[in-house]
Ligand binder design. Structure first.
Ligand code: MN
Length: 290
C-alpha cells in the first residue's frame, strides 16, 4: 500500500468580495496565507455560485494586466468572454477552460459572455493562478483555450474525473504546463471511498467546492481547502455527500515570491519594473473595438 500524504491544514475562506462587478469571489487559496505549501499554485478564487439577472450591459473585470504567472479559468456555470493585448479573444462556457500564460505581460478583460449577460442565470467559475519559475516569468505570453470535449474523463467507482492538466489514473490532460502539475475536476455522483496517487515531493490540495468529505472521521464541508504534506504518494478519503472537488498538485517552485496585485515576481525590484512597464504601455493595450 502507498504511504499517505498527511492532511496538514484545513482552511475556510475569510469572506466574499466582488472582483469587478461580475465575480462574487471567495479566495480559497492565496500565496500570502498558504505560501510554499501550495506551490506552484498562487491563488484560487471561487466565483459564485450566484444568480445574475438578465442585463443589456456585460458585467466583469475591465482592462487590467498580469505578469509572472498563469491564470487558469474553469467555468462550471454561465459563460465568459475575454480579449487580450495579444489579439486573442473568445468565449468559454460550462466545462471549458482558459489557460493563459501571462509570463512577461498581458493586458486583458474578463467579462460575462454576451449570451449569458442576456439570459442571466447561475454563474460559477474558478480562477486559479499558477506560478512560473523565474526563468519563465519574462517569456512570451501564450494562451490555450481548452474546450470541454477535449478533456478526458475517467470513470471512478462513485463519479467522474476530468483530467485538465497532468496525468492521473494513466490519463493525461490537454493543458500544456510549464512545470509538472495536475489539475483534476472531480464530480462525485455517490458516497464512497476515493483514492488518488500523487507524486512524492509534490504539494497536494483538495478544494471542496460542493461536497462533504471525511478524512478518517474529520469532516470537511463546502467551501474549504485541505492541504497535504509533500511526503507520501497517495490521498484517500470518504465522500459523505457527493458533489464537486478540485484536486491540485505539483512540484513546488522553491523561489522567493514578491507579489503586488496582478503581478507576481521574485523581487521587489521586478515588481517596480512590472508597474513601470504596464504604465508605459509595454504590456500592450486591448485592441479598440470597432
Ligand atoms: Mn485577469
Amino acid at each position: 500500500m502507498s504511504s499517505q500524504k498527511k492532511l496538514n491544514r484545513i482552511d475556510r475562506p475569510q469572506g466574499k468580495h466582488m472582483v469587478g462587478d461580475g465575480f462574487p469571489v471567495q479566495t480559497l487559496l492565496s500565496y500570502s496565507r498558504h505560501g510554499s505549501d501550495v506551490s506552484p499554485f498562487l491563488l484560487l478564487d471561487y466565483a459564485g455560485p450566484a444568480e445574475f439577472e438578465p442585463s443589456d450591459r456585460p458585467r466583469g473585470v475591465e482592462e487590467h494586466p498580469h505578469r509572472g504567472f498563469e491564470t487558469v479559468t474553469i467555468v462550471y456555470a454561465g459563460g465568459l468572454a475575454h480579449r487580450d493585448s495579444g489579439g486573442n479573444f473568445g468565449e468559454i462556457g460550462p466545462g471549458d477552460i482558459q489557460w493563459m500564460t501571462a509570463a512577461s505581460g498581458v493586458v486583458h478583460e474578463e467579462m460575462h459572455s454576451p449570451s449569458f449577460t442576456r439570459s442571466g442565470g447561475l454563474f460559477e467559475v474558478v480562477q486559479l493562478w499558477v506560478n512560473l519559475p523565474s526563468s519563465e516569468k519574462m517569456s512570451s505570453p501564450r494562451y490555450q483555450e481548452i474546450v470541454s470535449a477535449t478533456v478526458p474523463v475517467v470513470d471512478l467507482a462513485n463519479g467522474k474525473a476530468r483530467v485538465i492538466a497532468g496525468t492521473a489514473w494513466g490519463v493525461t490532460g490537454p493543458a500544456r504546463t510549464v512545470t509538472p502539475l495536475n489539475v483534476i475536476d472531480i464530480r462525485f455522483s455517490d458516497p464512497g471511498r476515493f483514492n488518488v496517487q500523487i507524486l512524492e515531493g509534490h504539494t497536494a490540495t483538495i478544494v471542496v467546492l460542493d461536497s462533504v468529505l471525511s478524512f478518517d472521521g474529520e469532516i470537511v464541508d463546502t467551501p474549504q481547502v485541505c492541504i497535504f504534506s509533500v511526503e507520501g504518494e497517495a490521498i484517500a478519503f470518504d465522500v459523505v455527500q457527493p458533489g464537486k472537488i478540485l484536486v491540485l498538485s505539483g512540484e513546488p517552485i522553491e523561489e522567493p515570491i514578491a507579489g503586488y496585485g496582478p503581478f507576481v515576481m521574485n523581487t521587489q525590484s521586478e515588481i517596480r519594473q512590472a508597474v513601470a512597464d504596464y504604465q508605459a504601455g509595454r504590456m500592450g493595450r486591448l485592441p479598440t473595438l470597432v
